[in-house]
Design a protein around this ligand. Structure first.
Ligand code: SF4
Ligand code: SF4
Length: 483
């Protein structure tokens, strides 16, 4: 696949690689819904005391992925809508390092693939996996055609691989060895910013003789780290079986689950964006109160909090009280509530844009300041073609938008809306502020649903036709015998 597009986004507010440990919380708010999971199968009772790592709820529709208790405490089921609240938290005592935790390599024959995957699911490591093509959690019973591991994070403000890896190289390489032990002959690709760096050499030296990984270098241009794009670049076919994908934190979680048999409860999150006082990485647990984080790290009260990166994250509503189990970082943006008079024609010297026509184009490369009201109000498409220029999937977002605007779903399907990797770049550069990505995600889901319904309908019709044929055959046979 020939890739084009992408964008070098220079933004002020990118977190550094230092990691601060958040203070122990007094109460935790564990969201029951995340981007991919719905932990509707509650496994605890109101008022119950739970231990660290105990299963609080499961997502029955997603291979029973568990929501684990990050601390020992008392469960409150009705204290906050959409959350399990954990009160009377017992202070976490750091476990002394065991000898097993420092073993340099994975022993061969240490359990079957099935038992290892079951362990990863139950200890919360499997939720770090996604499929390259549909983004969902892969079926633990299916064999992958390949594994892609990425240490690269190009979306602005999101948790970086180098912060995750600080002092954890051994755990990372051991995690890769564990992954290798789950495979038969399928390839494992390791995506890095530079394959000729000292870090890459260290990884190769550690793995020599223990795991086989093919190093892949990506350009530092968003969204070249997108798993869907990487899978296409590696010529892994969509219908060739699942492509397991994980980022650095997933490899570390795999190591934790399989080397120490410990639940994966801690998260390293980025706190970034123009409204972050001191853009940084923090170590905390699922359910950590968002308000406590904002009190410490946000510049202002009037801030929009985005769970995830600026381009693919979701705004945290007022009802969101704690960090969810899939959150990789919080992006803090100034919330502009007032409209600027003719803001779009005079975007300002300090406001850079993808469009080279604005005043800011006269400036040299600089870190942009961003707000939720970048480039004025929503307007119709002005056919500027910027969205097509940046789209890495090689499709025409403006054309798709026009089809969808007129409800021409079939035409959008023919124009290959399925190739959209949901990177958000078209919405980002659109001077008319059209919510292109949101439209495409909704349309893709609708087309997928319609195709699935058509497929099931065809199966039903075929079954009916065969039953009818059988019935006729039996009838004719009966008549012959009678005769
Ligand atoms: S159409 Fe899809 S792949 Fe192309 S820029 Fe927009 S979100 Fe990204
Ligand atoms: S970037 Fe926006 S305004 Fe420009 S062509 Fe695409 S949809 Fe239209």
């Amino acid at each position: 696949m020939k890739l084009k597009g992408g964008y070098n986004i220079l933004l002020a507010g990118r977190p550094g690689s230092t990691v601060e440990v958040l203070p122990e919380p007094e109460v935790l708010y564990l969201p029951l819904r995340t981007k991919r999971f719905d932990f509707g199968d509650i496994c605890v009772k109101d008022g119950q005391h739970v231990e660290l790592g105990e299963v609080l709820a499961k997502d029955a529709a997603n291979f029973s992925i568990p929501l684990l208790s990050p601390r020992a405490g008392v469960v409150r089921l009705n204290a906050a809508e959409g959350h399990i609240v954990l009160e009377d938290i017992t202070k976490y005592q750091k476990q002394p390092k065991t000898e097993q935790a420092n073993v340099p390599h994975v022993e061969h024959g240490s359990g079957t693939v099935r038992s290892k995957i079951e362990k990863m699911v139950s200890l919360g490591a499997w939720e770090f996996f996604c499929d390259a093509y549909d983004g969902n959690v892969p079926d633990p019973d299916e064999k992958p055609q390949a594994v892609i591991v990425s240490t690269v994070s190009l979306e602005p403000f999101l948790s970086r691989g180098d912060a995750q890896l600080k002092n954890r190289l051994l755990k990372f390489t051991r995690g890769l060895e564990h992954l290798q032990s789950l495979l038969e002959y399928q390839p494992m690709y390791l995506v890095m910013p530079q394959v000729r760096s000292s870090f890459a050499s260290k990884v190769k030296d550690h793995l020599r003789g223990y795991a086989w990984v093919k190093l892949i270098e990506v350009r530092s241009k968003y969204p070249y780290d997108n798993f869907n794009i990487l899978a296409r670049r590696l010529k892994l076919k969509k219908d060739g079986g699942p492509v397991w994908c994980i980022k650095t934190e997933g490899v570390l979680a795999t190591d934790r689950a399989l080397t120490r048999s410990s639940p994966c409860l801690a998260r390293i999150l980025s706190i970034g964006g123009p409204e972050a006082k001191n853009p940084v990485h923090v170590k905390g647990v699922t359910g950590y109160p968002i308000k406590t984080i904002l009190d410490k790290y946000a510049n202002d009260d009037n801030v929009r909090v985005i769970c995830g990166g600026m381009l693919t994250g979701q705004t945290c509503g007022e009802g969101a009280l704690g960090i969810d189990s899939e959150c990789r970082g919080l992006t803090l943006m100034p919330e502009h509530t007032e409209r600027e008079f003719l803001g779009f024609v005079r975007p300002g010297f300090d406001r850079s844009s993808y469009a080279p026509c604005f005043l800011s184009a006269l400036r040299l490369k600089h870190r942009e300041s961003f707000s939720t009201a970048m480039r004025g109000e929503g307007r119709p498409c002005v056919s500027c073609n910027f969205c097509e220029e940046v789209c890495p999937a090689g499709i025409m977002p403006h054309l798709l938008h026009k089809y969808l605007y007129k409800d021409l779903i079939e035409e959008a399907d023919e124009a290959r809306i399925d190739l959209c990797v949901r990177c958000g770049l078209c919405s980002f550069v659109c001077p008319s502020k059209i919510e292109l990505t949101k439209q495409f995600i909704e349309a893709q889901d609708l087309i997928e649903k319609e195709k699935e319904e058509a497929r099931l309908d065809a199966i039903r019709q075929e079954k009916k036709r065969m039953e009818e044929a059988r019935r006729k055959e039996a009838q004719e046979k009966g008549q012959e015998e009678e005769y």
